[in-house]
Design a protein around this ligand. Structure first.
Ligand SMILES: [Zn+2]
Length: 88
C-alpha cells in the first residue's frame, strides 16, 4: 500500500469524526434552550379584604398557613395556592 493513500484515508476519517462531533455539540446546544424551567410561586390572600399577593414559594409553606400581614388593611394573609410557572 502506498503511504500517501493511508494519509488520505486518515484525513477523511478525521474530518468525518470532527463533523460528527460538531453535529453532536450543535445538537445538544440547540436542544438546551427548549428545556423549560419552572419556578414555584404561592398566592396569599387577605382573610379580611381579599387582597392578593403573589410571591416565591418558601420551603415548609402549605395551603392554609397564615403568613404575614395584609399591606392594605393589616389583616392576616392566608396561603391560598401553590403552583409552578414557567421561568422567563
Ligand atoms: Zn387586607
Amino acid at each position: 500500500m502506498n503511504p500517501m493513500e493511508i494519509d488520505v484515508t486518515n484525513i477523511i476519517l478525521l474530518v468525518l469524526l470532527i463533523l460528527i462531533m460538531i453535529y453532536l455539540v450543535y445538537d445538544s446546544y440547540i436542544k438546551k434552550p427548549r428545556k423549560k424551567t419552572y419556578v414555584v410561586r404561592e398566592l396569599l390572600t387577605c382573610t379580611k379584604c381579599k387582597f392578593n399577593v403573589e410571591r416565591d414559594f418558601e420551603p415548609g409553606d402549605f395551603i392554609g398557613i397564615i403568613k404575614g400581614k395584609c399591606p392594605s388593611c393589616g389583616g392576616d394573609l392566608k396561603l391560598k395556592a401553590i403552583y409552578a410557572v414557567e421561568k422567563k
